[in-house]
Every structure is written in C-alpha cells, then in structure tokens.
Design a protein around this ligand. Sequence first.
Ligand code: KIV
Length: 271
Amino acid sequence: MSVQKEIKKITTHTLLKMKAAGEKISMITAYDYSFARLFDDAGIDVVLVGDSASNVMAGHETTVPITLDQMIYHAQCVVRGINRSLVVVDLPFGSYQSNSDIALASAIRIMKESGGHSIKLEGGEEVLESIQRIVSAGIPVMGHLGLTPQSIYKFGTYNVRAKEETEAAKLKKDALLLEEAGCYAIVLEKIPASLAAEVSASLTIPTIGIGAGSGCNGQVLVMHDMLGISNMFKPRFLRQYLNLQEQIHTAVTQYISDVKSGDFPSEKESY
Ligand code: KIV
C-alpha cells in the first residue's frame, strides 16, 4: 500500500484567508518547468507566468510584443512543474484591451490550453467590464495597478507612478472597483509605500507589491532579477538573493577550458 502525503494546494481562497490572518503572500515569476518545480518545492505561494517573459525569455525591450500563444506555451511548461502553488498567467498586451468578448475568449484559452489557475490583467476602470465577464465565467482574476508595463509607451518611463494626488486618487478608486468587480487580489507595482499601505488597508482582498513597500499583503519579484541571472536591471526595490550571472560565467568558462585542455571527460566520466 502506498501512503501518499496529501498536498494542501494554494487557492485564491487561501490567499484571502492569509490576508485575514495577517500572513504575507510570497509570489515569484517562472516561465518554464524546471524553475517552476524548484519554486514549488521551496514552498512559494504563487507562481506568476508573467508577460515579463517578453523581456527575460525572449529578449524584447518591453512586454508589448509577446503573444497569447507564447504565454500559453510558457504557462503549459510551468504548470507541469507545480504541485502546490497557485499558477497565475498574464493576459498579454492586445489579448484583452479591444473589448470584453476578446478578453473573455483570451482568458478561456489560457485556462483551457495551459492548465493555469487564474489570469492577471493590467488596468482599472477601463477593463472593468472585461474583469466582470471573466469572473462571471468562473475564471479568477488578479488585477494589476500602478506601473503597468504594457502601457509603457503611454507612460514614457518606468518611473514610480501615482506620486501626484490625481493619479493616486484614481488608483485608490480603481482598487475598490477591481475588488467590487470580483478580483481576488491586486498587484501594486512601483507606487509610493504610503499609498500602497492605504490601498491595502482599504481592501478585503490581498495586494501583492513590487516596488510598493512593506504595507502590501505580499511581495512579487521577477525570478531573473532576484536570482541575479541578469545584472542589467537593478532598481532600488530589488533584493538580489544570488548572483547567478557571475556563477554561471565562472562555471561555463571553466567547462570551456576543461574541454579545450582535454581534462573533460576523464576516464571516470567515460564508458
Ligand atoms: O510580468 C510580470 O513579471 C509582472 C510582475 C512584474 C508583477 O507582471
């Protein structure tokens, strides 16, 4: 008889309970099977298949070019590595902004074709109808306010958002509208810590911050940034836990040298 340990999966309801209990939510991005598995094993609460794949996986300057098909591919790979964590998949630019029919169709494709557990989309009042229809179809929606990278050509820079009162007031209103529309959580990106804390306190649903201070109910980082795979992006909000770029460089230059010198493979490494 095999005794299988029951895994308590993280759901959107778990996140709501965590906020109510004052327990912080940990979230990280992943784009493939191997890293998703490592993060799930480590006990991460939420794995985000972010459209930052456009930057860190495909090498684009912005998140604008990545397609729905490409997001579905990354999400399929991630889902295969997950046992416990909640998998959230970004709706990419162009897959939901036109109208709510298109938004719903894109969300359904992600759920059916990738096996992800939820979608995330950027924006406030402008995307409310889409959020309502996606939630009505039974698909959990995570919102995203503040610096919304899909609008980079409108913003012009990746600077901190909502520093002025008008934008801060719109963000506070948008957060309440998203909660009312049925979002189960909201990412707050690159806004003043005091504003993020105020928004977090005004909502029942959790906020997950990136560059939004410690008053959020959870934190998210892009895996390539926090593991130091790319050292080109070092914003103030980033805590880098490894310097993989340096370690990988050292390992690969050693490997090249071992191959060139004939040191690798040795007799022990041969059949
Ligand atoms: O795509 C992404 O990685 C994100 C995070 C920055 C929240 O949306």
